[in-house]
Design a protein around this ligand. Structure first.
Ligand code: MOS
Length: 757
């Protein structure tokens, strides 16, 4: 292959490094107003009255909107439950809720007007803990009660399974709320259109989802709404719902004032408003036989959904499916509950319900090895999936199962076993600084699986000069999607990369490819592009026959069409010109529908995902036993990705994923006091810096998947889910102390638990 599997530089790199790339907040339109959100003063309160008269009277103010001004629905959502208001009406449920919206000639005036909005509240008691939220006496956040959803998995016979066990372990794990920390805060510009519709341009991760929400809120048909995506300054799953809300707010103001309106959140607004990663409480119980095999697992998980349902229904489903990890477990009973609280709502974030369960499960697996008196690698090898095994949901794993290869690769590269033994022996020594090494493994369903309609579409448009444009709905939010897409077109049509342009995403012009989530971008885009390009090739081959003779296997390479039999070749643009003369189509739509999946909610069984990826991380750490400070020295990260379309891109995902995982494991926590956010800028909300991130050794394992384009599967989210548990297990290897709570900050490492603030 010419370009697939090669380290192709990013197609969007030059624009970004020269500053020519346009981000949402760069946009200025003549006559544009500035929008401001007036937010609640209480995390939970009944709204008694909203008086906007003084704000409206302020010179330079063009509109002040309350919930009454919303023409359509004021209850939106991206999953199943639609419960989130664009502007709060009866109640406020978290500190990010809006009570009014303002459009003014400049930001200063808008801010002044915001202070003039008078709201009377009746404060209500708050609930912050997800388990407490489900007790009958908890304050009710929504009419229907505080349960957002419950999913389960049932396999075998759990009582029977535990009866066979020689060792039974029960552990509770707790994970924290964390922030996506994209560098670019939420930003959109809304413009009224001449037909009464609206255009919203901004950093939305999924513009078709945004359009759906806008349609409901504005009471406009889809075709009158145009959503345009700018470059995105990071998302990590975070520019889904939050962007729908800000887009709706800007569009309401634009239609009311009949002028363009821009809203860009400050960092503080972004952190107060946006959704986060779900904090989980995970109760794990596992039964082991003396021979080292797992006979039963019983799991109960409580997810903190915050004020609105958002993606909770889908996030927790992925958790319940994957909760027992890449291991053979004959008897399984898993339950997960998501509950409303008065914290920020929680939704999609890189990993999407997997980092929490892997953290718990992999820490537990390490402890199981300890209790059996064997090393963590040998214990895992005894139980890891092999080809033909059945998952907890009763699915026979498709294709060759590579997890053993992945684990072996990372164990070999890091000299894990020798180091693990050496550090274990040194645990009792009096040294202040102690080293340790830890292993963690995972498997992950690729794409949406049974949680959604899994399809992709695109248009490839061949130009008369032998160049091509690609229009597709799969988003580049920094992960390199456009580059991979250009590589697919290049490989399939034999065009050099300088001849390909991947177009901006616009709901009026680009075909919908479903949301860019669930590490589905490469597989979905590649397959849709393959479909379009194979149609174009058929046309070109028919005409090329007249130039270079007939062949069963034309080669498309370096902008030429080659007959390998006659060795004759013709420039592709000559064939194209001939196609134009003969009135043949050179623009083709491509479509891809993912293979069948299913889910039986009642039985807790199903064919959850059409294929899986496998990963393993090893972390080596040094723990200061006097301060509890953990320094991560090195991380080896192995991922089976099917096929690496752009190896440097895959490595980039691994480096970033490990850094983010380190943040989850050791550093980050979005904190509240009585449901009021406390860490609302990066002076207090700490993320890893370049000084915290160690050397990362990426190991790419290939195992081309029959479903993937050129065999490609995914890496974006898997790369993020393994560093934290590997680090926690390394801390144990160094100190003999088991960490069951994140972040493993100084208190947790030193004292075993977080001190209450
Ligand atoms: Mo992603 S966390 O599936 O947007």
């Amino acid at each position: 292959m010419k370009v697939i599997g090669k380290n192709i530089p990013r197609v969007d790199a030059l624009g970004k490094v020269t500053g020519r790339a346009v981000y949402a907040d760069d946009i200025k339109i003549p006559g544009m107003l500035y929008g401001k959100v007036v937010r609640t003063k209480y995390p939970h309160a009944r709204i008694l009255s909203v008086d906007v008269s003084k704000a409206k009277a302020l010179p330079g103010v063009y509109a002040v909107l309350t919930a009454k001004d919303i023409p359509g629905s004021n209850r939106v959502g991206v999953a199943i439950t639609k419960d989130q208001p664009i502007i709060a009406d009866d109640k406020v449920r978290y500190m990010g809720d809006a009570v009014a919206l303002i459009a003014a000639r400049d930001m200063k005036t808008a801010e002044k007007a915001a202070r003039l909005v008078e709201v009377q509240y009746e404060p209500l008691p708050v609930v912050v803990d997800q388990e407490e939220a489900l007790s009958p006496n908890a304050p009710k956040i929504h009419e229907k009660g505080n349960l957002i959803c419950h999913h389960k998995v049932r396999k075998g016979n759990i009582e029977h399974g535990f009866k066979e066990a020689d060792i039974i372990v029960e552990r509770l794990f707790k994970t924290q709320m964390i922030e996506h920390s994209y560098i670019e805060p939420e930003s959109v510009v809304a413009e009224p259109l001449e037909d009464g519709g609206v255009r919203v341009t901004g950093c939305m991760q999924n513009i078709y989802t945004t359009r759906r929400v806008l349609s409901a809120v504005l009471n406009l048909p889809l075709h009158k709404i145009e959503c345009v995506q700018t470059h995105i300054g990071g998302s990590f799953g975070g520019k889904d719902d939050s962007m729908n809300i800000i887009a709706s707010r800007a569009a309401l103001l634009a239609l009311k004032t009949n002028r363009p309106v821009k809203i860009t959140y400050t960092r503080e607004e972004s952190m107060i408003d946006s959704y986060k990663r779900h904090p989980y409480k995970l109760y794990y119980k596992i039964g082991l036989k003396k021979d080292g095999s797992i006979c039963a697992m019983e799991i109960k998980i409580f997810a903190n959904g915050g004020a609105y349902a958002s993606m909770s229904e889908f996030v927790t489903w992925r958790s319940v499916v994957q909760a027992t990890g890449p291991y053979r477990v004959p008897n399984v009973s898993t339950d997960i509950y998501a509950a409303y609280t008065n914290l920020n709502y929680t939704g999609a974030m890189r990993g999407f319900g997997s980092p929490q369960i892997i953290l718990a499960n992999e820490t537990l697996m390490d402890e199981c090895a300890q209790l059996l008196g064997i090393d963590p690698y040998t214990f895992r090898k005894k139980n890891l999936f092999v080809t033909g095994d059945t998952t907890a949901t009763g699915q026979v794993l498709p294709g060759y199962v590579s997890i053993n290869d992945v684990v072996d690769a990372v164990v070999r590269a890091s000299d894990y076993l020798n180091k693990w033994r050496m550090y274990k022996e040194r645990q009792g020594e009096p040294a202040v600084k102690k080293r340790g090494i830890g292993l963690a493994c995972s498997y992950r369903g690729v794409s949406l699986g049974a949680e959604g309609a899994d399809f992709g579409s695109c248009v490839v448009n061949l130009q008369e000069d032998g160049t091509a444009t690609l229009s597709i709905g799969i988003t580049d939010m920094g992960q390199g999607a456009r580059t991979a897409q250009a590589q697919f077109v290049s490989e399939l049509l034999g065009l050099t990369l300088d001849r390909i342009k991947v177009l901006e995403i616009n709901t009026s012009r680009s075909p919908d490819s479903g949301p860019t989530v669930a590490s589905r971008g490469t597989l979905i885009a590649g397959n849709a592009i393959k479909d379009a390009c194979s149609k174009i090739r058929k046309t070109l081959e028919r005409v090329a026959t007249d130039f270079v003779g007939a062949s069963q296997e034309f080669v498309f390479e370096d902008n030429m069409i080659i007959n390998p039999g006659t060795k004759e070749s013709v420039p592709i643009e000559r064939v194209i010109r001939e196609c134009v003369k003969r009135k043949l189509p050179l623009s083709e739509a491509g479509f891809y529908a993912a293979p069948y999946t299913n889910w039986h909610e009642e039985e807790g069984q199903g064919l959850a995902y059409f294929t899986y990826v496998y990963g393993a991380n090893i972390a080596e750490v040094e723990v200061d036993t006097e301060t509890g400070k953990v320094e991560v020295l090195k991380v080896w990260s192995a991922h089976e990705v099917g096929r690496a379309i752009n190896p440097e891109g895959v490595k980039g995902q691994i480096y970033g994923g490990v850094a983010m995982g380190l943040g989850l494991g050791l550093i980050e926590e979005f904190e509240f006091k009585d449901a009021v956010p406390q860490t609302i800028n990066f002076d207090e909300y700490l993320i890893p810096t370049s000084m915290d991130v160690p050397e990362v050794v990426p190991i790419i394992v290939e195992n081309p998947d029959p479903v993937g384009p050129f065999g490609a599967k995914s890496v974006g989210e898997p790369a993020n889910e393994l560093a934290a548990p590997a680090i926690l297990n390394a801390i144990f290897n160094a100190t003999g102390k088991r960490i069951t709570e994140t972040p493993a900050n100084l208190e947790v490492v030193l004292l075993g638990k977080k001190l209450k603030k």
